[in-house]
Design a binder for this molecule. Structure first.
Ligand SMILES: Cc1cc2nc3c(=O)[nH]c(=O)nc-3n(C[C@H](O)[C@H](O)[C@H](O)COP(=O)(O)OP(=O)(O)OC[C@H]3O[C@@H](n4cnc5c(N)ncnc54)[C@H](O)[C@@H]3O)c2cc1C
Length: 409
């Protein structure tokens, strides 16, 4: 409870990816709760990028929002919240919310030898996506006309109608941020260097202001760490690893309408290195504005200091383009729009994310991080849970005991 003589409740969120921005949205919307003595809280978000929010994985992800994703307890809260948000804020127009077909596509292509060489070589890491659950009524893939039928050896829908949706992750994240600002969010552009503590409680954070380059501190009663792959640099010992992944976006050739599908592909291509053939697995996402997004495997290049320093490997992007355009004439005749890379936050022991307070490290310190390849799906559930925990002292929207960081830390 916050009485007149106590510090008024002030939540500082570290990191402006989808998790930080969505948490800012739910906190600024709810504002009061029993734990904070029904005094409206102040909320501040600090983001390290000089280019604003959503510059990391949250701006460069595919955008799948699936009922069949994991962990189930978080998806069961997140999916209806995604639907509610889309309804309340016209998500269809604002961030490309819609239901899509989703399937596993298999095929075999011939590539020119130099293209096949480019396609392999470097160490690759699986993004460890868990594929969908069979069941429900199957979506009809007859309108999947932008992938060559004669190369297809198999297509199986991964979930029933209405089980797989999508958002444009950059637009969703920036919308959450803008809506939170309209509700009173304070924004600071700077890199947090330390969470300050006293007597086992958080008291604030220290950060380097991007404008002045000076170190500053800001007082806080609650600190939420949602810094994605950078979170262990703020909370020591946090078992989160960083995996870099590349992606590209392509506008198809003029006159093509790309039907709404997300494809998890297995494309067999020629390879000199792997006994003549190898399988590559780009994920391909059609978007409502007719742009097509595709991402490749991960690698282990070390995490740089900030999101602005992420290196894009031109060859890795070229491989994705080669693979995707090999199975689609419409994309081969199109225009590549973006070549980009980002880091995925992965809980080292598997599972995750961490959602909850780490009172053992400091009272008032909350983690909302480690969402691996499901942060777009699970942002609303995470944000709602953290909001309930801060304002009312308990998570009421679901049973998130397994996700509590106090189990691991
Ligand atoms: C190729 C690819 C495809 C994906 N596709 C999907 C998908 O289809 N569906 C899905 O659900 N998920 C998907 N994901 C996963 C999803 O992108 C992530 O789980 C999610 O974006 C993580 O969000 P975040 O907010 O935790 O981290 P981030 O987006 O990385 O944001 C963290 C933010 O914290 C900031 N920060 C870091 N350190 C500091 C500091 N010291 N001070 C202040 N700010 C700091 C960073 O600059 C960054 O803006 C995909 C990921 C990849 C890589």
């Amino acid at each position: 409870m916050s009485g007149p003589s106590e510090t008024p409740p002030h939540v500082v969120i570290v990191g402006g990816g989808i998790i930080g921005c969505t948490t800012a949205y739910y906190l600024t919307k709810t504002k009061t709760g029993s734990v904070t003595g029904h005094v409206p809280i102040k909320v501040t978000l600090i983001e390290a990028s000089k280019h604003g929010v959503a510059q990391g994985a949250s701006g460069k992800a595919g955008g799948l929002v699936a009922r069949w994703a994991y962990p189930k307890e978080l998806v069961d809260v997140s999916h209806p919240e995604h639907e509610k948000l889309a309804k309340e804020h016209n998500g269809a127009n604002r961030w490309g919310w819609r239901y899509v077909g989703c399937g596993a596509w298999e095929g075999r292509v011939e590539l020119a030898p130099e293209a096949a060489e480019k396609a392999g070589g470097k160490e690759e890491r699986s993004l460890e996506k868990e594929l969908g659950l069979p069941g429900g009524s199957k979506p009809d893939a007859k309108d999947l006309i932008w992938v060559k039928e004669d190369l297809t050896t198999g297509y199986s829908p991964m979930a029933g109608d209405g089980d797989t949706a999508q958002v444009h992750p950059y637009l969703f994240t920036t919308s959450m941020f803008e809506l939170a600002k309209e509700q009173g969010l304070e924004y600071i552009e700077g890199g947090v260097t330390e969470v300050l503590k006293e007597g086992g409680k958080v008291t604030g954070v220290e950060y380097v202001d991007n404008g002045s380059g000076e170190k500053s501190t800001i007082k806080a009663t609650h600190v939420v760490v949602s810094a994605g792959a950078w979170s262990p640099r703020i909370v020591e010992g946090l078992p989160i690893a960083a995996t870099r992944a590349h992606s590209v976006t392509i506008y198809p050739q003029a006159g093509t309408v790309i039907s709404p599908y997300v494809l998890f592909t297995e494309i067999t291509i020629p390879s000199k290195k792997a006994g003549g053939r190898k399988t590559v697995s780009p994920e391909i996402y059609a978007r409502p504005d007719n742009e097509v997004y595709a991402c490749g495997p991960g690698d282990s290049l070390a995490l740089p200091d900030t999101v602005d320093d992420v290196e894009v490997d031109a060859e890795a992007c070229e491989s994705i383009i080669q693979h995707v355009t090999a199975i689609s004439r419409e994309l081969r005749g199109g225009t590549v729009n973006k070549r980009q890379a980002c880091y995925l936050p992965t809980v080292e022991a598997g599972g995750g994310p961490f959602v909850g307070e780490v009172a053992r490290v400091a009272k008032g310190l909350y983690l909302a991080t480690g969402h691996t390849c499901r942060g777009i799906c699970n942002a609303p559930g995470t944000a709602l849970a953290i909001t309930e925990l801060i304002l009312d002292g308990e998570i009421r929207c679901g049973n998130f005991r397994k996700l509590s960081p106090s189990v691991t830390l």
